[in-house]
Design a binder for this molecule. Structure first.
Ligand SMILES: [Zn+2]
Length: 279
């Protein structure tokens, strides 16, 4: 899948009118949602303002990566229609991890389309049961495909490789693929929130788990080795706030490595300050 003719992550020659935006710190609250739009080739932005959802158009229907909060299900469907697509054509939904803001919209899209949900096997149980640590936190949603590290999903001429990148959750994944577009084949990284560690006590208490910091250090090392052109993360600020000021999703390798170093540093400072979370 790697095109050796191009230097790693150089993002040279690729252009898109799409930009990630600044959205403040409203914790995912309502606000003016962006227009749905094509990013590159078959890849489109269909999510709300604060959490990203993407649609890939293939010869065999649509593949959606992450689905926002429950309230976003109808928005995603409307955004697909506004792009000239039919939400009934969604065939696969890939969840990068089980957290609310990435899976709750599954239900509405599945209702409209009968799409099959794919998630890493370690997060599939929470998505399917809706139960996390004995509490019902999500509406249950059947997971048709439980993914393993390195598993390749082939659909409509696309090859989507799931890479296990735990830390944000035990079953967090990134999805790598190459798509064709106006400037040629483009390596895409759907990163979810894999760059993130819950570096504050409140979030850590909620989402931390035994082995999380070791998982995250291994994930950062894995992510550093990844070569891609187009970065599509779980939230707009991953690009706009952390990689490049203009929000262009074609990030350079230097911007990528800089963002990873900043995130890893944030975790190490957090663990130095709160040694009780070195679990
Ligand atoms: Zn998130």
């Amino acid at each position: 899948m790697t095109d050796r003719r191009r230097p790693p992550g150089a993002a040279e020659g690729f252009r898109t009118g799409f930009r990630f935006w600044d959205y403040g710190t409203d914790g995912g609250g309502p606000g003016r949602n962006p227009e749905p739009s094509r990013i590159y080739g078959p890849v489109h932005y269909i999510g709300p303002r604060t959490v990203c959802a993407y649609a890939l158009a293939t010869g065999e229907g649509l593949v959606v990566v992450d689905t926002g909060y429950a309230r976003d299900g109808d928005l995603l469907a409307d955004n697909l229609r506004r792009l000239g697509m039919d939400p009934a054509d969604v065939r696969l939904i890939i969840n990068t991890h089980w957290h609310h803001d990435h899976v709750e919209g599954n239900a509405r899209l599945v209702e409209l389309s009968g799409a099959e949900v794919c998630a890493h096997r370690l997060d599939a149980e929470v998505i399917e049961s809706g139960v996390f640590r004995g509490r019902q936190v999500l509406a249950p949603c059947r997971v048709g495909r439980r993914l393993q590290d390195g598993q390749v999903i082939r659909h409509g001429g696309l090859e989507l490789a799931a890479v296990h990148t735990p830390g944000q959750s035990p079953g967090a994944i990134v999805v790598r693929t190459t798509v064709d577009g106006p400037q040629g084949p483009c390596r895409v990284l759907f990163a979810g929130d894999s760059t993130g560690f819950k570096s504050n006590p409140g979030d850590f208490e909620e989402y931390g788990y035994p082995g999380v910091s070791a998982d995250y250090r291994r994930t950062i090392a894995k992510l550093r080795g990844m070569e891609f052109d187009l970065y599509l993360g779980g939230h707009p600020h991953q690009v706009r706030g952390e990689m490049r000021g203009d929000g262009d999703p074609f990030v350079t390798r230097q911007q990528w490595l800089g963002a990873l170093a900043a995130r890893a540093g944030r975790m190490e400072r957090f663990l130095a300050r709160f040694p009780q979370y070195r679990i």
